[in-house]
Design a protein around this ligand. Structure first.
Ligand SMILES: *Cc1c(COP(=O)(O)O)cnc(C)c1O
Length: 399
């Protein structure tokens, strides 16, 4: 599925030099490399503020808490979801668990809305429907996930957020370098803006499998707001501005300098790597079409990824919809071809989230997607002959 050693061979000298510089400085936590990476990341995301932290999960929690969503100290994550005065955050059930657990850890109530079956991202009309329910009245924020490296429909979500006075917190964990072409306004022409700059605050993850990845756990919050940025900086270091004087109750979510040093090296290569992912995705599309495998509905065969014309998709994942998905996956595994299911169980059906009160059938698009999606190997160093092997194996499975 992923061969990290190819990338390491390419950047080994740069990475080791950067790590050595940290060792020489002996400043391992929030050192100068952290500030320097934060500045480079802010520039890449076209925002004035970027704040490093310990993980993508923490970045989501920090972005929510620093924006004033939730109660900061959650009373109980397991209280029945009936209190309509508690802050609520609308998000998708088709994501990594942290998109929802971070809302609970921030002391807010997750309200789920179904996905757009074409993009797998939060469906604005479903968000609007949730806003009309009694629980929707407590909504403070929308939390769209840019799943697989494609931005959610930020035009429609921004209109909803403005009209209901909601914040937008982006889960951009899979989308560093993705952009969204915002709608033109009387004063501004349409412009492509990067993930991380499209809402009030955004969270990135640099977990080793992400398209921008550290050599361990790491995360980042980006924001246009100086107030949110200051608040994130305080919360990631125990609410401590002056040493051992704690103005509020935060947490330890500091970024370590070795991770920041590695990330700064990799960030310089990222535009090219993201472009390689796009080239690989286009080649998969072409190979599947040449093999006559691509159709528009899983009743008839394979469905290829769909890209919104306003999205610059960076293909963190290349995800097909496949009939008899699990049998196909076994078949590929037997031939030593990696694949992965993101995600096999929608969040509203997770045991630990039963107290949210949802049931099977509540989000049919997310539920169907969880039975059909299959992510194929995609990473910048993947070779053309390897892609041919993948497509050929899938062709023989269906033949
Ligand atoms: C990876 C991921 C996270 C969590 O990031 P960690 O760094 O693993 O904590 C959150 N949301 C999404 C969509 C992710 O893919």
């Amino acid at each position: 599925m992923l061969d990290f050693s190819r990338q390491y061979a390419e950047i080994r000298d740069e990475v080791l030099t950067a790590i050595e510089a940290v060792c020489l400085s002996q400043k391992f936590v929030l050192g100068p490399q952290v500030a320097s990476f934060e500045a480079a990341a802010a520039q890449a995301c076209a925002v004035p503020h970027a704040i490093g932290c310990a993980s993508g999960t923490d970045a989501l929690w920090l972005a929510l808490a620093a924006s004033g969503v939730g109660s900061l100290i959650p009373t109980s994550n397991r209280q029945p979801a009936t209190d309509n005065r508690q802050d609520a955050v609308i998000t998708s059930p088709f994501s990594f668990f942290a998109s929802v657990s971070a809302i609970l850890h921030a002391g807010a109530r997750p309200l789920l809305a179904d996905i757009d079956p074409l993009t797998f991202n939060l469906y604005p009309a479903a968000v609007e429907a949730v806003l009309k329910t009694p629980a929707g009245a407590a909504a403070r924020a929308i939390l769209p996930i840019h799943l697989y490296g494609q931005c959610a429909d930020m035009d429609a979500l921004t209109v909803l957020a403005r009209s209901h006075n909601l914040l937008i917190i982006e889960d951009a964990a899979q989308a560093f370098g993705a952009t969204w072409q915002t709608a033109p306004t009387p004063s501004n022409p349409a412009t492509a803006r990067p993930a991380g700059s499209l809402g009030d605050a955004a969270a990135f993850s640099f977990y080793p499998t992400k398209n921008l990845s550290a050599y361990g756990d790491a995360g980042l919050v980006t924001t246009h707001s100086a107030a949110i940025s200051d608040h994130v900086r305080s919360l990631r270091a125990h609410g401590m501005k002056r040493r051992y004087f704690h103005d509020e109750i935060g947490w330890n979510s500091r970024l370590d300098s070795i991770q920041a040093a590695v990330l700064e090296v990799k960030l310089r290569h990222l535009p090219r790597w993201n472009q390689q992912r796009r080239t690989l995705a286009a080649r998969y599309d072409q190979l599947f079409r040449e093999a006559n495998l691509a159709v528009s509905c899983t009743k008839d065969g394979l469905v290829l990824p769909w890209t919104d014309p306003r999205a610059h998709h960076i293909f963190h994942q290349y995800v097909i919809r496949a009939p008899r998905r699990d049998a196909l996956r076994h078949y590929l595994t037997d031939r030593q071809i990696g694949s992965e299911i993101y995600y096999p169980l929608p969040l509203h059906l997770q045991t630990s989230l039963a107290h949210l009160g949802y049931k099977p059938g509540d989000f049919p698009h997310a539920e169907l997607a969880s039975t059909e999606v299959l992510a194929l190997p995609i990473y910048p160093e993947l070779r053309e002959d390897e892609q041919q092997t993948v497509v050929e194996a899938i062709r023989t499975f269906y033949a």
